[in-house]
Design a protein around this ligand. Sequence first.
Ligand SMILES: C[S@@+](CC[C@H](N)C(=O)[O-])C[C@H]1O[C@@H](n2cnc3c(N)ncnc32)[C@H](O)[C@@H]1O
Length: 325
Amino acid sequence: MIANKETIKEIAFRLNVHSIHLKVLMANSKNISIDNVESEYKKRLEKKPKPFVKWVGGKRQLIQQFRERDLYPPEGFDSKTATYFEPFVGGGAMFFDLLPKKAFLSDMNGELVLSYNVIKNDVDGLIKKLKVHKKNDSKEYFLKVRALDTEKLSDVNIAARFIYLNRTCFNGLYRVNGSGKFNVPYAANKNPLICDEENLRKAHEAMKHTLIRHQDYAKVLEKAKKGDFIYFDPPYYPVSKTASFTSYTKEGFLEKEQEKLRDVFVELSKRGCFVMLSNSNSPFINELYSNLGKKIRIEEVFAGRAINSKGSGRGKVKEVVVKNY
Ligand SMILES: C[S@@+](CC[C@H](N)C(=O)[O-])C[C@H]1O[C@@H](n2cnc3c(N)ncnc32)[C@H](O)[C@@H]1O
């Protein structure tokens, strides 16, 4: 047993991954053992999708740091029996990295959730539509597609429009005006990746056993059980009055919502779930998650943030990870 454990750790070190990823892989398939786990892991890496949208607050660059610092994934998470929840899924960087057997994803952005479901249920139809957008892409075309009334479109057309606009608009931002219409300008990037067919097919495979819902994060309380792993990546509490981007939805996510989320975190922790949360390194958030018992700890991580109102604010910003394991 001990020899096996050490071997997994050695292989994990060589592959530069946490040993839990190899354990998850072995747990999920009868045909994978310590003898072939390295080659199977490499095959799996080739199948790993990237997020199919650019998303503000996306966690892709942070995951390696989370792993190196043992912040993620929780050692005790048994993906054979337990479920992974990501209730603020956005671009889903963590989900696509962990590739758990059972997952429940959700977000309050309806078009984003619809797009996940179209990738899950009709990836061929979506690819066809995206090829048309790719062929016609120009500023005029973008404006025409942006102006379409989504109420009159089919699901596959809504998803194709959503991904096309995300890939070609300024910084992949998602912003709507007072009447709920997407209003981010065209970015005129050279060769935007409008139809990444290979990646969409990988994402489709990854989502086969995943449920994706348009709902508020607090609904996670209805489903999560002991042993499940929940990763919260909410809209961050602003570090200063000039920090420009905080709201993904009309409702915003300020003090009251952050306090309610803290209560949900504590409730899940009491239930015996593994809970992890990202947020800004602000006094308010540090205070909110302090003195909640020995298990709940706050760690600082560094993130290069692209969205900031002042050029000088670009670069390495500290943020926090709160976890109960
Ligand atoms: C920081 S982003 C998540 C980024 C994601 N982890 C990634 O890697 O792309 C926050 C997400 O929370 C969603 N959101 C905002 N309010 C919400 C709520 N009340 N319930 C669920 N999702 C919400 C936003 O639509 C946005 O996608």
